[in-house]
Design a protein around this ligand. Structure first.
Ligand SMILES: O=C(O)CCC(=O)C(=O)O
Length: 276
């Protein structure tokens, strides 16, 4: 018996590595989350794409709450079971007429997790469609291995290292259009990307990264938050969750984790395995 997904959606995810659309919140609530993020941007003066990354939920209690939303956790439980850790979250906010894009990549190559059972939930806070740079996936790519990425550091690439899979057949790409408040899910090995925003308004999504509690970090002990069930494994230290917006204790954890990631300490799995 599933909790949020249909049996067909579970089967679709297992076969193709993605599923959409599911609903978490209504359009008004999505607009309220957008307002909270835009207020944070205005008060911090920062591009959220440069700050609310990897552990972006640690900046704002409202984002932790979204990552704990029962409809989302029910769908995650349908895929990975009842004991669920949230180990990260990243915003992807494209402005109107924004040339920035996300190149084809697999999250698994950089997440440093074993076994490969992570599921990403991408929550739309605005519409996401063909015009404004919707998230696209390559069906079935999750059943292959971690692939070597070329790190381009391209200026308009929204990924920290501009990491890119080469020789992708664009004709095989499937778009996952969403209305505000809906979400999609993809497996950490599913190759995904998005194009620039050709519309006048912003396209904003928050991606939440979930693992079953038995999944371990391959890069030493790290932090995560048990969001449902029981942690019988103790593979993760607890995140420092924000008690209020921009709580300095959680902000420093966010900054340290994102810093390690973007400044090159986090390597792709292929490089870590290679002789030094
Ligand atoms: O939102 C996008 O355009 C890309 C999202 C992404 O790369 C992710 O959710 O892992």
């Amino acid at each position: 018996m599933t909790k949020h997904l249909t049996e067909d959606q579970v089967a679709h995810f297992k076969q193709h590595g993605y599923v959409y659309p599911m609903r978490a919140i209504d359009a008004e609530q999505a607009a309220e989350y957008r307002r909270i993020i835009e207020q944070y941007e205005a008060s911090s003066g920062e591009d959220v794409n440069r700050t609310l990354k990897i552990k972006g939920h640690l900046a704002l209690p409202a984002i932790v709450e979204l990552g704990r939303h029962p409809a989302i956790l029910d769908a995650v439980e349908d895929l990975i079971g009842p004991d669920i850790m949230l180990f990260g979250a990243s915003i992807f906010a494209k402005n109107g007429r924004d040339p920035r894009y996300v190149s084809w990549h697999q999250d698994s190559t950089y997440f440093g997790l074993t076994p490969h059972e992570e599921v990403t939930v991408w929550v739309a806070l605005t519409p996401a469609n063909s015009v404004n740079g919707v998230l696209r996936v390559l069906p079935g790519s999750h059943s292959g291995p971690d692939l070597k990425h070329v790190e381009t550091y391209a200026a308009d690439n929204m990924l920290a290292k501009g990491q890119t899979l080469v020789d992708i057949d664009e004709n095989l790409a499937v778009e996952m259009p969403l209305q505000p408040g809906e979400f999609s899910m993809h497996h950490e090995r599913t190759a995904h990307s998005s194009l620039p925003n050709r519309s006048d308004d912003r396209r904003i999504g928050f991606a939440f990264f979930y693992v079953p509690a038995h999944v371990k970090s391959t890069t030493g002990r790290r932090r995560a938050t048990l969001v449902r069930g029981v942690d019988r494994f103790n593979h993760w230290d607890p995140d420092t969750l924000p008690e209020y917006d921009c709580d300095p204790r959680s902000m420093s954890e966010l900054a340290a984790t994102w810093g390690k990631y973007k400044d090159g300490e986090v390597k792709q799995a292929a490089d870590m395995a290679a002789p030094q």
